[in-house]
Structures are given as structure tokens and as C-alpha cells.
Design a protein around this ligand. Sequence first.
Ligand code: ADP
Ligand code: DAR
Length: 424
Amino acid sequence: MQCLRLRFRGILPRLVPIRYYAKKTDIPEDVMEEMEEGFINLCNSDSPSLLRKYLTRDLFDELKVKTTPTYKSNLLDCVRSGMYNFNSNVGIYAADPESYKTFAKLFDPIIEEYHGFKQGDKHPASCFGYGSDFPDLDPERKFILSTRIRCARSLDGFPFNPMLTHCDYAQLQTTICRAFDRLCGEFSGKYFAVCNMKEKVKEKLIADHYMFREDDPFLEQGMAFRYWPLGRGIFMNRQKTFIVWVNEEDHVRIISMEKGGDLGRVYERMIIGVESLAHEMKFAHDPHLGHINFCPTNLGTSIRASVHIKLPSISSEATVVDVAEKYSLQVRGTRGENSSPDNGIYDISNKRRMGVTEYQIITEMYNGIKAIIETECQAAMDMERIMKATAKDNMVLKGEEMQKIKRVDKCSPKKKPGDKKNRR
Ligand code: ADP
Ligand code: DAR
């Protein structure tokens, strides 16, 4: 029985030789061997990833011989990151838009667990609403240092990182930059290709949170750094409040950001920016999944709306996470994903991106951040009350001590004025 269970979890290698499967498909034998070894290592690991949770031996055997119709992506092209990074949370990327259908039996349960979006659900049509519906979250600038909203877009007719060719990266950059040339007013700005960027300039832009980092091991094993830095770059308007990343994790990451907590203004800028670029490029979109992108966490609206916020009175990061999760919010560190909070600055954002409209996500995030600020204020009042009570207790204690000292004095012999023997 134990042997059967081990085989079921994929811990024992398949009894059928690899070459039998290799013949059933146009996947090379060495790829099949790498996949088999990676699968067994993953099963034997303690990875918390959704990939390990849902990729059973039977599902693995069913999917490992499949390839997508247009780009011939195979299962390894999608799961390589999770097979080599056991500390992944999700562990899978789509090698191309068709991967979500060809490997749906694996993607669907992962999408459901991450987004709460069931296989039969349909992502709603875009509905941005109006930025003016969201007043400043922190008009006195007591807590929120800055607000940022980003969304991912992929150009129709192109695969994702593992299948993009040298020419694809160059062509994507040319097409996207042509759209930048048509931006006007507040949105006009300049494109900076990574290959022309001085190291110091790049480091400063990363330190100031404008530019993407180049050290994500999950993306590296997800084949997102091939031909780097060809076709990679960043567009910024003059005020650095409208930014577009080109060919980092996604073909396009559209970002609106500014100091302070004026979510409505950041959102209004995001809406105009996205709609302006959508006029110039056809984005990949699926009636069921919404906007299609490289990572399954960025489907649907692909919106992440975040604040950099200081919460000095909320005692610990664990409490911040508890409160955030109550409002379906996610806590990241000051430098974004997989980083920790520097000087108590948290990155708090919506977690859900699918099955709801853009407007609903921003509303959920707005209400969640307001609640977190209220929790912070309550914690500050509690702390003040405790400090006042302690100070009062100390005063009472001091008073009682003074009384005691006075009582002791009363019992000691009286000193008469001019009495020499007591003078110093
Ligand atoms: P993404 O948001 O694109 O998924 P990350 O979480 O890695 O990726 O964040 C990318 C960069 O954006 C990081 O430098 C992060 O510090 C910065 N960032 C995220 N939210 C804010 C914010 N509200 N204000 C300023 N910078 C932010
Ligand atoms: N770290 C990877 C990806 C999670 C989602 N983040 C993205 N797409 N940047 C993981 O599997 O945990």
C-alpha cells in the first residue's frame, strides 16, 4: 500500500520507460528526462507551491506529452521555475497564451486557489469607473508615503518569455515605443532602453522604485531573462508619475504612481494611460480569463494597487498581515515582492485580480487601507492611554513615596533653628 501511495505521489519513477513517452510526442527525450527528474524532486521536496499541490503523478503523465498548437510550448516550459525554486508560492508561468488551455487541468485549480476564480467563472468586462470616486486616503500625510497602481498587458500575437525569440523582443520594443510616441500632455515622456542605461542610473531608478530589478530567481528559471537586456526598457513621463516597463516579466507593465495617498488621482492617471496605449496596441484577452499574461497571478484585471505605508503603532508585521488579510489585501516589503519592510514601511495592496472589475478591486483596496489606518490610529490611542495611565501610576507611586518619606521625617528628632551640631 505504502509503495502504491509513494508511486501515486510520483515519488517512485514511472515504471514505463521515458522513450515510450518521447515517441508519443515531438518533445525531445532529454526534455522528457529533465521533466521527469524535476517532477520527482518537486514531489520529494517540502515546497509550499501550488504547483506541487496540484501536479499529481497522473496529471503529470497526462500533460508531459502535450504541446501548445502554435508555439509548441511543453509542460517544462511552464513549470521549470517551480521545479527549480522550491520556495515558490505559485511555481508556474504560462509559456504562451495557449498554455492556459493546453494545460488547463493544472492551471485551473491553481487559478481557483489564488484568485477564488472557478473554472466555470467568467471574468467581467472591464469597468474602470472614475478616479474621483476615491478621495485622498491620507490628506494629512501621516501614514502613506506613496501610492502606485500597475497592470500588466501582453501584445496579441506574441508568446511569453520562454518562447520569445531574439527578434520578438526587438519587435515588441519597437511596437510598444511607437505607441509611446503618440502619448501627449501629462503622459508625454522618454523611453530608456536598458542596454543604453548607465549602471549608476539604473541603480538609482531601482532604489527610487521606478525601475524593475534584474535579480528575481523565479523569473530567471521561468526563462524571463533570455537575450537580456535586448528589448528591455522603461518609459517615464517628465513627472515620473506615469511609467511603463517593457519586456520585464510581461510585454508591458503600465504604472501610475506618486507621493502621498491620493488614490483617486493615481487611478485616474492609470485609466487614461491604459486606454491611450490600448488605442495603439491589441492586447491579449480571453473571454473567460480576462487579460492574459505570463504569470497566472496577473490574469483578469492584472491590477495591483499598493501604498507604501508606515504603521508605527501596530506592534508587529504579523499583526499588519492579519489585519490586511481580513480585507483581502497582501503585504509585501519595501522593495516589492520577496523583500522585507525597511524602517517599518510596508507595501500593502489588493491580492485578487480576477473575477472582479477594476473598479471593484480599487474599492476593495481603498476600504482595506482605510481600515488599516483606523487600526493604526486605534493602536496609537491605546498606546497613549497606557502611557498616560503608567505616568499617572508613577505619579501616584511618587506621591505615596513622598508621603512615606514625610512620615519617616515626622518620627525623627526635631532640629531647632541655629542648632550647630547639624550644620555642614
Ligand atoms: P509589481 O508591483 O510590479 O508586481 P513589485 O512588487 O516587485 O512588482 O514592485 C515593483 C517596484 O515597485 C518595487 O521597487 C516596489 O518597491 C515598488 N512599489 C510598489 N508599490 C509602491 C508604492 N506604493 N510606492 C512606491 N513604490 C512602490
Ligand atoms: N515568485 C513566483 C511568482 C509569484 C507571482 N509573482 C510574480 N508573477 N511576479 C512564485 O511562484 O512564488
